[in-house]
Design a protein around this ligand. Structure first.
Ligand code: SF4
Length: 227
């Protein structure tokens, strides 16, 4: 099965063309997934039934399973997602008293950075997440929203070092920030990093409008002052 969320519109168009389906169907599928929050192909009622069956047979919208869903008293919700290979990641929805709904997503299974205070890096890096796996966290968290709520901000601050997986992350953020995708303005997206120079240079060269939060840690005040 092909993970639909890993496909760019161009790739999806090529797939449809290969099955003799006109290109305008891409926009319909895209809108069902990102704008209308379709959970399955049967809900895409303006697509011919035969196409829906073919899509369902060859493309998967979801590749994760919600292994646990915790709701805190302050409105925060945490999802533990099991990936297709059995690995597990977390993503979080945070609500504040201004009505903001911020989602926090992971970019890797494990982490190579080994920050002393962080459990995510204890066993090192297992693998990068795909673009589809990053987008799927966003869609899963959107399903947690109540009527009238919408995602206001995205922080890339979950498991993993985002700048070590820009190949997976940047296409996901492009969809998240596009009007045809999740429609979250780029200035409402923050990438948190320990400060990988190569990744910072690459991001700077792309001239994107995402915020970058560099997190510097030290074990004592003297070093913290120097940082
Ligand atoms: S970079 Fe982030 S996820 Fe990785 S070990 Fe440090 S705090 Fe944990």
């Amino acid at each position: 099965m092909i993970h639909l969320l890993d496909q760019t519109p161009e790739q999806l168009q090529a797939w449809l063309a290969g099955h003799g389906v006109p290109g305008y169907r891409v926009r319909q599928v895209w809108q069902w997934i990102y704008a209308r929050g379709a959970d399955n192909f049967d809900q895409m009622t303006d697509l011919p039934g035969e196409l829906r069956q073919r899509l369902a047979a060859e493309l998967a919208i979801w590749e994760t399973r919600v292994a646990a869903h915790h709701k805190a008293d302050d409105g925060a919700e945490k999802l533990l997602l099991e990936l297709a290979d059995g690995e597990r990641i977390e993503c979080v929805l945070l609500r504040d008293d201004r009505g903001h709904c911020t989602i926090c997503v992971s970019t890797q299974v494990g982490c190579a950075m080994g920050c002393a205070f962080c459990a995510s890096g204890m066993d090192g890096l297992v693998r990068n997440l795909s673009t589809g796996e990053i987008l799927e966290q966003m869609l899963r968290l959107r399903q947690c929203l109540a009527e009238g709520e919408r995602i206001s901000h995205i922080v890339v601050m979950g498991m993993g070092e985002p700048l070590a997986n820009l190949d997976g992350l940047l296409p996901a953020l492009a969809v998240a920030s596009s009007r045809d995708g999740l429609g979250i303005g780029a200035r409402r997206i923050t990438i948190s990093t320990v400060g990988l120079p190569a990744g910072i240079h690459r991001l700077a060269g792309l001239n994107l409008q995402y915020h970058l939060a560099v997190s510097l840690h030290a074990a004592d005040d003297a070093l913290r002052d120097r940082l």
